[in-house]
Write a protein that binds this ligand. Structure first.
Ligand code: NAD
Length: 341
């Protein structure tokens, strides 16, 4: 049976990968992308999707209640997946307000529309950062779905607030919700302010690679496509009202990641420069994905050693180079002005 799935933030890194996956593997879905196109959304990301007749794009802010309701009225989505967010921790430290607006209020607007028009499932894409961090000297500890929320940054606090709101809408109004909390993603089309694409970009241009402190903070890395398969599994097989952790048991320190990239690009470690640490910098993230694996039969299939090669190769490809160049030069903002104003 044909279904309509409304994806917010579908011009961003993970949302676009999810749309690509749906169009390739779930032809029964009509895919509606609702994205306001912040600085983090390069429209070149969705060039291919726009040619697909199963795909439609609305340049709309999720906090704009009236416009969101109009889209619901027109498209009548069966499933809503909310990726739209301000997603960069450093930016949340300098300007928290927009994080609260998009990540919390935007989530409420979407869920209100779901209540008003009726849906089969509302899925919230969340992060392991809602659990705070783990000490570096306790490698035996992991985040489980019932680990208390204990956030550090305005970003993670806004995401945790949204998660609580989603669970409250389930309990109070019976909205059929699910939440997935994922570890750090990497892969093509990630905005070059995030660790891996920034380091690839700087190394290829022989620029310094800034590493916070000694670079000993640990992150748990998952290839973006594996994350998207996990979200799909939660939507298709997950139990309503439940939270599912998605992660790859692939912990690496930031300095390890930087050195792997330099090694693959045959660039010297002398490009590394240590800079003052991020305020409130989380020490270690580590997800236990056992519940998703057991209940949904999901597991990551891309080993880090392969995923990082796929990622570097994409950023070095003609498409990747052009895409990154547009992001760093702000060229894409002109495109938005030209096409959507
Ligand atoms: P991203 O910054 O690449 O993309 C976010 C997208 O949301 C952009 O296209 C942006 O234009 C859009 N957006 C922002 N504000 C909006 C608004 N008010 N209305 C409509 N669209 C808006 O982020 P990402 O890395 O793709 O992350 C997507 C989701 O996954 C986020 O919710 C994030 O919290 C979550 N997440 C990310 C990671 C990661 O490692 N990147 C890990 C776990 C969870």
């Amino acid at each position: 049976m044909r279904k309509t799935i409304l994806v917010t933030g579908g011009t961003g890194f993970i949302g676009n990968c999810f749309c690509k996956l749906l169009l390739a593997e779930r032809p029964e879905y009509k895919v509606i992308n609702v994205d306001v196109c912040t600085y983090a959304a390069n429209p070149a990301t969705i060039e291919e999707e726009l040619k697909n007749e199963n795909y439609k794009f609305y340049k709309t802010d999720i906090i704009d209640r009236e416009s969101v309701e109009k889209i619901f009225e027109t498209e009548k989505p069966d499933v809503v997946v909310n990726f739209a967010a301000e997603s960069h921790v450093d930016r949340s430290i300098t300007n928290p307000q927009i994080f609260l607006e998009t990540n919390i209020l935007g989530t409420a607007v979407l869920m209100d529309a779901c209540r008003k028009y009726g849906i089969e499932r509302y899925h919230q894409v969340s992060t392991d950062e809602v659990y705070g961090d783990l000490p570096l000297d306790r490698p035996d500890l992991f985040f489980h779905e019932d680990t208390p929320l204990h956030t550090s940054s305005p970003y993670s606090t806004s995401k945790a607030s949204a998660d609580l709101l989603v669970l409250a809408y389930h309990r109070t109004y019976g909205l059929p919700v699910t939440i997935s909390r994922c570890s750090n993603n990497y892969g093509p089309y990630q905005f070059p302010e995030k660790l891996i694409p920034l380091m690839i970009h700087n190394a290829t241009h022989d620029k310094l690679l800034p590493v916070y402190g000694e670079g000993v903070n640990v992150r748990d890395w998952l290839y973006v496509k594996d994350h998207c398969y996990g979200i799909l599994a939660v939507i298709e097989k997950g139990r309503v009202g439940e939270v599912y952790n998605l992660g790859g048991h692939n912990e690496k320190t930031n300095i390890e990641i930087v050195k792997i990239i330099l090694d693959k690009l045959r660039k010297p470690e002398s490009l590394i420069t240590h800079v003052g640490d991020r305020h409130g910098h989380d020490q270690r993230y580590a997800i236990d994905p056992a519940k998703a694996m057991a209940e949904l039969g999901w597991e990551p299939t891309t080993m880090f050693k392969d995923g990082i090669v796929l990622t570097i190769d994409w950023y070095l490809s003609e498409e990747g180079k052009k895409w990154t160049e547009e992001c760093t030069s702000g060229e894409y903002l002109n495109w938005i002005e030209k096409n959507y104003k």
